[in-house]
Design a protein around this ligand. Structure first.
Ligand code: PMV
Length: 360
C-alpha cells in the first residue's frame, strides 16, 4: 500500500479523537509469519459485539517542535509495559505519518473485558489506535472515513499486532492474499462480500468460557516465532489454505456442519502446532478438554451445529447461531459454567465493527 505523505504539518492544530474497536475471533487461524507482520497463511475472523477497547487520543501538533508520547493510560492508570509497546509502535509509524514527529499525544485506553479473559485485547487496542491516528490525518487533510481510510487503518493496525488488522470490519473478514478472493492482501484485511455468506452466519454468537485466567506461559509472539522452523510449517500452510476453501464453501452454502468441522479442526490444529513446536508447550487445561467433549456430545445429541474454537490460550469460544440461543444458554449454565474458572463466562456475539465516538 502506498501512503500519500502529503505535507500537512505546516500549521499548528489540536483536538481529540476517540474510537471504540472490537476484539475478533479467528475461524481460520493466523499462526506464523513469512516475515515481519506478513502472515504465513490467510485467516478469517469476525468481530465481537461487547469485547471492545475504547481509545481517546488528544493531539497537539506544532510543526516547529518535536515530541514523543507524553502519556498513556490503560483503564485509568499509567502502564509502563503497554506504554513502551505503544511508543515503539508510534515511532514505527512516523515514516508513514510524518506529522507524528511534531505531535504531543495523550492516549487513554479502556477495555470492557478483563485482560485475564484471554480475549486478544491487543487486536482491539491497536485497531482503535490506528483508527485514531488515521482520523487525525484525515482531519488534517479534510478527508472522509471511506473505504481507503479503513484499508489504511487496517494496514496500520497490522503493524501493531497482526490480527488487529481484522478488527476494522463487521461481517466476515479476511486477511492474507488468497487466489479465492479478489483484492485480498497480506498487508491489510478486507470484509468478505455479503453475497458470499449465508445470512445464518451473520447471527453468530460467541460464549467465551473461561477455563483459566492466569498469565500464559508462552506468548503469541513466541508462538509465531516457533513456526519459523516448525517441522509441519509447509503442511500447515497447505492445511490452512484447504480449510479456507472449505470454510468459504460452507459459509456460502449455509452448510453449518461443514462450518463446525472446519472451525474445530483449525482450533485443534493451532494447539497441535504448539504441542509439536520445539520446545513444545501446552496451553489447554483439563477443563478446556472437558468442555470440548461436552460441546461435541451436545452437538451429536441435539443435532445442532454448535462448535468451539480457541485462541492461543485455554479458553473456549463456543460458537452458535441465534436460532439456538435458548437451548445453548441452558446448556452453558447447566453443564459448561460449572467447569469454568469461578463459573465465569462472557456472553458475546458477532458485532458491527468499530465506531468513531469523537472527532474534534
Ligand atoms: O495477532 P497476534 O500476534 O496476537 O496473533 C493472533 C493469533 C491467534 O489469535 C492464535 C490466531 C488469530 O488468527 O487470531
Amino acid at each position: 500500500m502506498t501512503n500519500p505523505t502529503v505535507d500537512i504539518i505546516n500549521s499548528k492544530a489540536a483536538g481529540r479523537v476517540c474510537w471504540e474497536s472490537p476484539a475478533n475471533i479467528a475461524l481460520i487461524k493466523y499462526w506464523g509469519k513469512l516475515h515481519e507482520q506478513i502472515p504465513m497463511n490467510p485467516s478469517i475472523s469476525f468481530v465481537l459485539r461487547d469485547s471492545v477497547v475504547k481509545i481517546c487520543l488528544d493531539y497537539d501538533i506544532d510543526p516547529g517542535r518535536s515530541f514523543g508520547l507524553n502519556s498513556f493510560q490503560l483503564n485509568g492508570t499509567e502502564n509502563e509495559v503497554f506504554s513502551k509497546r505503544i511508543e515503539s509502535y508510534l515511532k514505527r509509524l512516523q515514516s508513514l505519518f510524518p506529522f507524528l514527529k511534531h505531535t504531543r499525544l495523550r492516549i487513554e485506553s479502556h477495555s470492557t473485558f478483563p485482560h485475564s479473559a484471554g480475549i486478544a485485547s491487543s487486536a482491539a487496542a491497536f485497531s482503535a489506535l490506528a483508527l485514531c491516528i488515521c482520523s487525525v490525518e484525515s482531519k488534517l487533510q479534510g478527508g472522509i472515513h471511506d473505504e481507503k481510510f479503513y484499508s489504511k487503518a487496517s494496514f496500520m493496525a497490522r503493524l501493531g499486532s497482526g490480527s488487529a488488522c481484522r478488527s476494522l470490519y463487521s461481517g466476515m473478514v479476511l486477511w492474507g492474499a488468497s487466489d479465492k478472493i479478489p483484492y485480498s492482501s497480506d498487508e491489510y484485511a478486507i470484509r468478505l462480500d455479503d453475497a458470499r455468506i449465508h445470512p445464518l452466519f451473520m447471527t453468530l454468537k460467541d460464549a467465551v468460557l473461561i477455563a483459566d485466567d492466569s498469565k500464559k506461559e508462552v506468548s503469541s509472539s513466541q508462538g509465531h516465532a516457533l513456526m519459523e522452523h516448525h517441522p509441519y510449517r509447509q503442511e500447515r500452510i497447505m492445511q490452512s489454505r484447504s480449510n479456507l476453501s472449505k470454510l468459504l464453501l460452507a459459509m456460502a452454502g449455509g452448510n453449518t456442519s461443514l462450518f463446525a468441522e472446519v472451525v474445530e479442526n483449525e482450533a485443534l490444529s493451532l494447539h497441535g502446532l504448539m504441542m509439536s513446536s520445539n520446545p513444545p508447550y501446552i496451553l489447554m487445561k483439563p477443563s478446556t478438554i472437558s468442555m470440548m467433549e461436552k460441546i461435541r456430545l451436545f452437538r451429536k445429541e441435539n443435532e445442532t451445529d454448535i462448535c468451539f474454537t480457541l485462541d492461543a490460550g485455554p479458553n473456549i469460544h463456543l460458537l452458535y447461531f441465534e436460532k439456538d440461543a435458548a437451548i445453548v444458554t441452558r446448556f452453558i449454565r447447566e453443564e459448561l459454567a460449572p467447569l469454568c474458572r469461578n463459573g465465569r463466562w462472557i456472553n458475546d456475539a458477532m458485532g458491527d465493527g468499530p465506531k468513531c465516538l469523537i472527532s474534534e
